[in-house]
Design a protein around this ligand. Structure first.
Ligand code: SF4
Length: 329
């Protein structure tokens, strides 16, 4: 294996170990996925799987065609110092509509220079995979839609929320209910449209509420840990300049800060995998508490975000929710 492939292979092993830490024992892989793994351990085979000029390409990965069945699982076990068993990686041949390449690989590939076309293809492949996800049978049984996310995968700004509510579950899109409409106003007040940013949740399926006909509940830690790898992949592929974490659950899911109140954290820069994160109140909180003071706090957080993005800020924007600037969002 040439040294240029080592970071990808190490990222792959890291992803497998992360998944095992979550309690997952098996990873579904298509024949093409196995061929890519073989390419990482034996680069000449990557060429036969569609690699071009030694550069990882999601399009090549997506291409159908004959693929060798390499001893990738054994190779991985050996490369990870024996921490992973070969039986942890199994070809299922049951992956449909997706490629079956291990999550995280594309994100790492992007950092290593995955081109735009390949990155967008990888994002689409991820979307297809998430829409088919059945990891949480109780949520699968109650959901109407999987809510993957909305916006552009090339966004410089990503908003992360908690989980779909009833409207989001109905429409398959995050932040479309009353809180979502307020978020849209905030985004517009910042000078963006919804399709110029990206909006996603920690959990992609609506938390079920057995015995209740309405209302939402907070996702459990297990549900968040099970679904979080998808958001992780989304963010790794998008590589935004700034992430806004909306509310305590988003902060908990993204940053692992459990029991630290959002009141304490909001407005203070945090970091996720080298990307600045601004925690702020969830728009649902602002719907419950309409005081201009609370709105101003969120707006001040958004001004910090705009500054971090290097976006111009007008005097009018600076004064929203102050006595001189009046109400805006
Ligand atoms: S919540 Fe996430 S992990 Fe669970 S079934 Fe839905 S998409 Fe899959």
């Amino acid at each position: 294996m040439g040294s240029e492939w080592r970071p990808l292979l190490e990222a792959l092993i890291g992803e497998l170990e992360y998944r095992r830490a979550l309690g997952l024992r098996f990873v579904a892989l298509s024949a093409q996925g196995l061929a890519v793994l073989e390419g990482l351990t034996h680069p000449t085979v990557l060429g036969s799987a569609g690699g071009r000029g030694g550069k990882v390409s999601a399009m090549a990965v997506s291409s159908s065609g004959p693929a060798a069945k390499p001893p990738a699982s054994e190779a991985l076990g050996a490369q990870s110092g024996g921490k992973l068993k070969g039986s942890d990686v199994v070809p299922t041949g049951q992956v449909t509509g997706g490629v079956g390449v291990l999550p995280g690989l594309f994100g790492e590939a992007r950092r290593l220079g995955l081109d735009r076309e390949a990155r967008l293809a990888a994002f689409e492949e991820l979307r297809r995979r998430v829409l088919q996800c059945t990891r949480c049978p109780h949520l699968v049984a109650s959901r109407k839609n999987v809510v993957f996310g909305v916006g552009t995968p090339e966004a410089e700004l990503v908003f992360v929320g908690e989980a779909p509510g009833v409207e989001e579950d109905e429409q398959g899109e995050p932040f479309v209910g009353p809180a979502g409409q307020l978020l849209t106003k905030i985004i517009q007040a910042m000078g963006f449209s919804r399709d110029q940013v990206y909006i996603a949740n920690i959990l992609k399926c609506r938390p079920d509420t057995p015995g209740q006909t309405s209302g939402n509940r907070k996702p459990t830690p297990t549900e968040m840990a099970t679904c979080f790898p998808y958001l992780r992949e989304q963010l790794q592929l998008i590589q935004p300049k700034v992430i806004v974490a909306l509310g305590a659950t988003a902060v908990e899911g993204l940053l692992g800060k459990v029991g630290v109140g959002i009141t304490r954290l909001r407005g203070q820069w945090q970091e996720w995998e080298g990307i600045p994160v601004m925690p702020t109140y969830h728009p649902a909180y602002l719907l419950r508490n309409q005081s201009p003071t609370e709105k101003r706090k969120v707006w001040e957080d958004m001004l910090k975000v705009l500054e971090r993005l290097g976006r111009p800020i007008t005097e009018r924007q600076r004064n929203y929710f102050t006595r001189s600037g009046g109400d805006r969002a």
